[in-house]
Design a protein around this ligand. Sequence first.
Ligand code: HEM
Ligand code: SF4
Length: 572
Amino acid sequence: MTDEVSRNERIKEASNYLRGTLAEGLAEEITGSIVEDDQQLVKFHGMYLQDDRDLRSERTRKKMEKAFSFMIRVRISGGVLSPAQWLALDEIARVYGNGTMKLTTRQTVQLHGIIKSNLKATMKSIDDVLLNSIAACGDVNRNVMSNPNPDQSRAHAAALDLARILSDHLTPRTPAYREIWLDGERIAGGEDEVIEPIYGKTYLPRKFKIVLAVPPSNDVDIFAHDLGFIAILDAAGEVTGWNVTVGGGMGMNHGEPDTYPRTADLMGFCETRDAVAIAEAVVTVQRDWGDRTNRKHARLKYTIEDRGLDFFRAEVVRRSGVLLQPAKPFKFTSTGDRYGWSEGDNGRAHLTLFVQNGRLFDRPGAMQMSALRRIAQSHDGDFRITPNQHLIIANIPTEKQKEIHWIAVASGLLAPWSGLRRNSMVCVALPTCGLALAESERYLPDLVTALDERLAAHGLAADDIVIRMTGCPNGCARPYLAEIGLVGKGPGRYNLYLGAAFDGSRLSKLYAEDLAHDGIVAALDPMFAAYAAERQKGERFGDFAIRAGFVAATGNGRDFHANTGAQRGTAR
Ligand code: HEM
Ligand code: SF4
């Protein structure tokens, strides 16, 4: 490690508040790509340059450039969209994208396959329905998530309100976004403080993620995020304030034990009126203390590991002027979604749909995009993306319930019976993600089918067990918080992690490395058998894996890489 700032820091600094040469690069018709430095900057505008990896070798053979296109990630605080916004994204996906919509693990929509010449038209369509994609990727505060559970609508409303306020407060102020994408007038640059009062010229050392949870649901996976607010409710269900969590994060690298996932620490309790000041202070301490020399060590989780929580808290208190109180008691029960119909406080109903892999598309027998379009065209409630990549049609009046129910049935959007599939989550991986080492989205459904057969043989078919897979150790689908976590190691090979807590509070532990399909099934089958035979009443699979001695429990941070490997059982 050197003291020199990383290359990305120089790119940010020289970018004139995220402009770089993006405008020129867009106009360049000879290539579907953009220059390297701009590839970093475009992330701050909510996009990734990608190429279809399935086509790479064929195109190289034909001496063609890679099949470049862009992925756009929309910024949707709390995952709430109006029907008009839903329809606009659906149209973009069909007209400019690859005909699919990807509901993400952080409550947004990703649109894949947009070629450079369609980018500006796409961004205009997004702007037309009052959405944007600024800071959906990049070294800034990303999409703010909040619990979408309409069952608790007053607490939910409070969480969503705060999510939107935090999101607005921490959105970059640079006019570059309007200038480049929406032909906004160019505004001359000035002092740092004026243009980016919170971020300055070089923004944050690394990405930053905020979530809000309303217990008992931990669907947002609060402990996986840099900054979290847990609603503390009084007996009447009103929010009295928030427990603040800091320093969670998932990403790591294979074979580099200095990198590790980490569950966030509880830092204290604050009232709603102080939440913005606390958030801003956490962000600015990380801006100033975060490691800008090494991007693999730049997340807030490492700042807190290195400096200590007490020291960090003291600085947040000093900067915010808010005296944090001791954290209050709360209880989470699960990270999953509650599928099916539920009644809200306001007499309207809500329907939580199951979207396998978060990927919506039309196929024979399951015309899901078309079905949701029909619902959006005749419905005045909202669409809420869950943190588990699913979708809630919210606020449905009684007279519409039957119709919407049957549309969902006909398009295969009701939750499946299998307890494993209901609790499965994947990242995108191949063919679009440039970092993928193995398949994820295109493989997990088949693996679940194979595992379901084993679970059924042991009488466990309907048991809720959380399984998550990613194509690389960055952990976009939070695999280290799944009871069964699979992380791509190379083509067709995965590391298997076990022993995370069902409520999202404890990380898993590496059980076996480099397993192919048969090896995964063979490793898990005897564990399922043991679970069926030996579990205590109400005991979750992740807890059982530890009590039964299959893996050691993970405490926190650096402990993730200690005592790995099968403690019991035969992993091949
Ligand atoms: C350190 C490393 C990370 C890098 C470099 C990274 C990079 C990427 C890339 C390139 C994609 C686009 C894949 C595609 O659409 O083709 C992606 C998707 C995504 N990432 Fe990450 N990621 C990282 C960690 C995380 C973590 C820890 C989370 C969440 C806690 C996360 C959340 C997401 C989400 C929500 C998506 C959208 C797709 C989905 O739901 O699967 N990322 N990431
Ligand atoms: S976990 Fe890795 S493979 Fe999957 S989307 Fe994230 S970066 Fe890509």
